[in-house]
Ligand binder design. Structure first.
Ligand code: TYD
Ligand code: MG
Length: 408
């Protein structure tokens, strides 16, 4: 972003008089990655990529740098692995590393010197937790080291208009500072996540000064590195077994596109005084609230039951549009009756038992129709006037009506 009144020019500027030109973004070559970044990489920006060890951060960035190196000067700084190790893995995964120079270095002062000499346009620091500065005596990975090194690299990036990727391992509480301590210092924070055992990886923007948050990119891990998944709905539903109780499909909106996801519930008699409410992919408090609404306004008690809810595929129900699916999945498990295989549901549940409309109803329904769903239970006002071809849409105003639609 070429801004007048940048650093070192301590003058107040009237925004209206400001000449702002947005610098061209660099496409990473992976459209899913570009989407999460808000439409490509912004020169001079600092991007933090957090994730569990082994999730695929290094591989993703090496692939990306390989692509970028065809047109840009790039530099990959590895503080964790030797140049040989990086090269071997790239070879094993037949990742095309293009013209990427790799530097194995952990002292931030020496890294800065190499950057000054080579002037890369994009640099990867993998990982920030291995980098240290001679200015501080604390160990690499400590909060003060991680913060100071990141600050130096981010500043260098801003001054030289170099985009900086900082890799941060998510750590269990312990000696090493996790990516959270850096979130406020960078422009964009991305988390790379995946379920253990699943080959799918989801990248999520939790902060982005240059784009929307909530944007989701989906990748598949293969023997040949990461591949982008352009139609994620299909994969999140692909392993759905036919007609089992406790499963409901809903349409979420992740960032700018609709996404079909399966919500699973298991309701089982409890052996405990305080029944368990365990969730993966949604807030446990939200579940507790929905169960209370189900009891009070639907007359269905789960007080003597353990309730487990899982959102399949490592997706998170960050939207209230998933409420209705959660409630119906719970009910379906409780009474051992599957929902129709071609049924999709979405809608927000209020404390008074009303079903509230959610944004972009028509778009959600179209996505469901595209994937072969024939029936939908949705909030009133969420269905388009002309309907959706090939889909029966049941509009409900209250939880009672939704339950009747499930039973009927
Ligand atoms: P790696 O990129 O090293 O993870 P991180 O940097 O997040 O710790 O990936 C971990 C391992 O997974 C590595 O041995 C390579 C393997 N892998 C694949 O086989 N295919 C893939 O598509 C990816 C991304 C990784
Ligand atoms: Mg790594």
């Amino acid at each position: 972003m070429g801004l007048a009144g940048g650093p070192g020019q301590s003058q107040p500027v009237v925004l209206r008089d400001l000449q702002v030109t947005e610098a061209a973004r660099l496409p990473t070559g992976l459209t899913e990655f570009d989407r999460v970044l808000g439409g490509g990489l912004v020169p001079g920006s600092a991007v933090l990529i957090g994730g569990d060890p082994g999730i695929g951060k290094s591989t993703l960035l090496l692939q990306t740098m390989g692509r970028l190196s065809a047109q840009r000067r790039v530099l990959y700084i590895s503080g964790e692995e030797s140049v040989g190790q990086v090269g071997l893995r790239a070879k094993r995964l037949s990742v095309d590393c293009g013209q990427v120079p790799v530097l194995a270095e952990t002292a931030v002062e020496r890294i800065a010197a190499v950057i000054e000499a080579h002037r890369p346009e994009v640099v990867v620091v993998d990982s920030i937790q291995t980098i240290y500065t001679e200015l501080l005596s604390s160990a690499p990975g400590s909060v003060s080291q991680v913060r100071e090194c990141a600050a130096q690299l981010v500043r260098l990036g801003k001054v030289t208009q170099m985009a900086v990727f900082l890799v941060g391992h998510v750590t269990k509480e312990g000696a090493i500072a996790g990516p959270r301590v850096l979130e406020h210092m960078v422009d964009t924070v991305l988390y790379f996540e995946g379920e253990t055992g699943s080959r799918f990886r989801v990248m999520r923007a939790v902060k982005n000064r240059f784009g929307a948050t909530g944007e989701l990119g989906v990748f598949a891990m293969t023997e040949g590195g990461l591949k982008e998944v352009k139609s994620p709905s299909a994969i999140f539903l692909s392993h759905r077994s036919v007609q089992t109780p406790g499963s409901a499909v809903c349409v979420l909106r992740e960032g700018s596109r609709p996404l079909l996801v399966e919500v699973q519930a298991l309701v089982d008699e409890t052996a405990l005084a305080n029944p368990r409410r365990v969730t993966v992919g949604m807030e446990a408090n939200r579940l507790a609230m929905l169960l209370a609404v189900l009891h009070r306004h639907g007359g269905i008690a789960t007080g003597g039951q353990d309730v487990f809810v899982n959102v399949v595929g490592g997706v998170r129900l960050s939207e209230t549009a998933g409420d209705l699916a959660v409630v119906l999945a719970v009910l379906s498990s409780l009474c051992g009756r599957p929902l129709a295989h071609e049924l999709v549901v979405f809608g927000e549940l209020g404390l008074t038992g009303e079903v509230r409309p959610v944004p972009h109803g028509e778009e959600r329904l179209r996505e469901a129709a595209k994937h072969g769903f024939k029936r939908a239970i949705v909030p009133c006002h969420n269905a388009p006037k002309g309907g959706i071809a090939g889909m029966e849409i049941v509009q409900v105003k209250t939880l009672q009506e939704a339950l009747a639609a499930f039973k009927g």
